[in-house]
Design a protein. Sequence first.
Length: 229
Amino acid sequence: MTVGLVVVSHSAQLAAGVVELASQMAHDVALVAAGGMDDGSVGTSLDRIMAALDEADNGDGVGVLADLGSAVMTAEAAIEFLDRPASACLADAPLVEGSVAAAVAAQGGADQAAVLHAAQTAWSPAGSASPPGPSRPEAGGGAPAPLTSVFTLVNPLGLHARPAASLASELGALDVEIDINGVDAQSVMMLMTLGAGQGAELHVSASGPEAQQALDVVRRAVESGFGES
């Protein structure tokens, strides 16, 4: 099972389109659109959102993404009406980018907290948001230099959606600040923007209490070809 996702929009076509896009990279994830009113007009329907939440929940929790203000408020109300409100959580994230990032993370087996983190940091620069887990240490004078290393991608498809999701999920659980080729390595979407194919070099820089563990995670993943080679 995987974390399910509900996409809420004032427009039924917009919600369906986002689901169509995200599902191309997350075939095993329950992605449900909840857009528009029951009569087909623009707006948000509490009943539609509640039905979508029920459909998307397979036991591992649900992430919810919404577009504009009243959609957010209606989604929040729908979650409060659930028998288990804690089973669903609304992400503060851009609708399209956040949905894609969340879907990729869910496809990779990430838990609900990591899926929400992926959505909320979809286009964030490194270190702009704290991942789930231990808080990042404050930078101070005399802080040790980051640990660095360079790895070469060996799998045929390189750092595409599935390995990006897997890698970001593992790194997101560590107490570390880490970037790969200048982008936040704990963000699925930022890793995907690298477009790194087979033979590309990954320049990794990590700092924090678990910096060495993070480098080891990247090394094992790359050297194993993310299980694809």
